[in-house]
Design a protein around this ligand. Structure first.
Ligand code: MN
Length: 206
């Protein structure tokens, strides 16, 4: 909690100062990256057992509990991927711009019949994940539920009906900027086309 005061004083959509690591040691985190590959989508990732469990959400997450969003499982990503913002080059897998749309710690809130928390690994296996997010844009309970609705083992992502639910918000369209750099996806893409991959601000490109 040591950076709480620092963060409260700054709007990281406006300033280029770093927000700092979003989580305390040992606390799992989530990240959502907006990604314009062959289709624009949001990659929803949860840190579980040292990797990022990942789903591609074509429409992005909603804050409205009545909205079920298709979430297509994708391969586990390394934890370090949560810092990645930039342009995946032409010809590479997932070519296109990526930005860090939201990030923060999450809490496991799914209990079994005895009131014990169900380990996240088991929740993933069960196809029923319930977590409370503490992001800059998304907060409160979210459920990821596997459904064979289309016979493809796809999942849905849905906001739980709690005090953070808000059917009037639509952060996917009203808050498009990166929480790291304040850039939009088009700005990330344009800088990539200019041959700049200077996302750390060092003045050097590689
Ligand atoms: Mn992606």
């Amino acid at each position: 909690m040591s950076l709480e005061e620092y963060r409260e004083k700054r709007d990281f959509r406006r300033t280029e100062e770093p927000a700092g690591k979003p989580v305390e040691e040992g606390e799992p985190f989530f990240v959502i990256q907006e990604h314009d590959a062959s289709n624009r989508h949001f990659d929803f990732r949860l840190e579980v057992d040292g990797v990022l469990k990942s789903w591609a959400v074509p429409k992005g997450p909603s804050t409205d509990p009545s909205e079920q969003r298709l979430a297509i499982p994708t391969e586990d990503h390394p934890v370090e991927y949560a810092d990645f913002e930039g342009v995946i080059p032409e010809g590479e897998y997932g070519a296109g711009p990526v930005l860090v749309w939201d990030r923060g710690p999450y809490r496991n809130i799914r209990e079994d019949d005895d009131g014990e928390l169900v380990p996240l690994t088991k929740q993933v296996e069960d196809g029923h994940i319930t977590v409370r997010l503490q992001g800059e844009k998304l907060r409160g309970g979210y459920a990821l539920i596997r459904t064979d609705f289309r016979g493809e083992g796809n999942w849905i992502l849905v906001k739980m009906d709690d005090d953070e639910a808000d059917a009037r918000r639509n952060p996917v369209s009203t808050e498009p900027e990166s929480i790291l750099s304040g850039r939009t996806l088009d700005e990330v893409a344009a800088e990539g086309r200019d041959g700049e991959s200077d996302r750390d601000g060092s003045g050097e490109t590689s």
